[in-house]
Design a protein around this ligand. Structure first.
Ligand SMILES: [Zn+2]
Length: 328
């Protein structure tokens, strides 16, 4: 994948001293292309403005070429000492495109157990009973960790009561969910944002309501959450069952309130996500080394908080947590 600032190399696993636990990685590889590739091309131009691709013309073909065989993601994770959790993506009703299915992310996890620490599933929330059945299959038979939602592409509000049976099921099964919060890079800069509503479906107060109505449902609020980083900070502060996540933005651009509170009162409330497939992992980890964090905060964000918040579920899914033995 093209590197935005040259070939910068982050610390090795040995130098760093711990495995990074990445709760949010897109398996943008053969068989797992996202159900919105045009919008993904716009996202690439947004996250890496200097990227031109092999042809030099920043085309969709260039993008496909950057996501070739399925082992690319696993090799990248292993090379950087990262245990990744690939996420599914089902937006069939709203996009008409093929999902990144639960069986696909399950297959990746099983094929590359050294790279992947379980996986997160996805269902199309508009599919009603079928979505509930698929959710139950994914969470019990496949033992996927939880469900991931991308409301911009799925075009739904998480606080719409129509979708409450899904949260009810996850709560009953002890399975967490990931909700997209704030701006989406998908479609960014395209005509009409490639048809995406950039933020309507992804407001932090929607998450606050679901968290209140389902107090035993663990929720990961994804991304830097611009333009509402202060709001999602307060949601995470108020709701014991809400955790923030860090992906979707280069660390050098993190809003001030995000790193400020990460260093202080929200130090136990952030988990690391890479958004692999959209961000170069080496450059991302390098930038993390360059932000101003107090001693011990990096370890909390990079693995401790995730293990504390989701450890019980990880164990129920049969995940091997020995890489962090004695560290938490
Ligand atoms: Zn994502």
């Amino acid at each position: 994948m093209a590197k935005p600032e040259g070939d910068r190399i982050p610390k090795t696993l040995e130098q760093r001293g711990f495995y990074v636990l990445d709760v949010h990685a897109h398996p943008n590889v053969k068989g797992g292309y996202p159900p919105a590739m045009k919008a993904t091309l716009s996202a690439r131009k947004y996250t890496q403005p200097n990227w031109v691709g092999k042809s030099g013309n920043r085309t969709l073909e260039d993008l496909y070429e950057e996501f070739p065989e399925r082992d690319v993601m696993a090799k990248d994770a292993i090379a950087h000492g990262v245990k990744m959790q690939p996420v599914g993506w089902d937006a069939t009703s709203s996009t008409g495109e093929k999902p990144v299915s639960n069986d696909f992310v399950y297959g990746l996890w099983k094929e590359f157990p050294d790279a992947f620490l379980g996986a997160w599933g996805s269902v199309d929330p508009w599919q009603g009973q079928k979505a509930l059945e698929e959710a139950e299959r994914a969470l019990t038979e496949l033992k996927l960790i939880g469900l991931k939602f991308q409301q911009c592409s799925q075009r739904f509000y998480v606080n719409d009561k129509k979708f409450y049976p899904l949260w009810d099921l996850c709560q009953q099964l002890g399975a967490p969910v990931q909700f997209h919060v704030g701006y989406t890079g998908l479609g960014s800069g395209g005509p009409g944002g490639d048809g995406f509503y950039s933020m309507s479906y992804c407001q932090p107060l929607h998450v606050d309501e679901v968290a209140a109505d389902f107090p035993n449902l663990k929720i990961i609020a994804l991304h830097a959450a611009e333009p509402w980083p202060e709001v999602i900070n307060h949601v995470a502060m108020h709701k014991g069952n809400v955790m923030r996540e860090t992906s979707g933005m280069w660390p050098k651009y993190f809003p001030h309130c995000m790193t400020y509170d990460m260093n202080r009162r929200l130090q136990d409330k952030f988990v690391f996500g890479s958004e692999w497939g959209y961000f170069d992992l080496g450059e991302l980890l390098k930038q993390w080394e360059e932000i101003d964090l107090r001693p011990g905060i990096m370890e909390k964000v990079m693995y401790k908080n995730a293990l504390n918040f989701l450890g019980e579920r990880f164990e129920k899914c049969g995940l091997d947590l020995s890489p962090w033995k004695g560290l938490v």
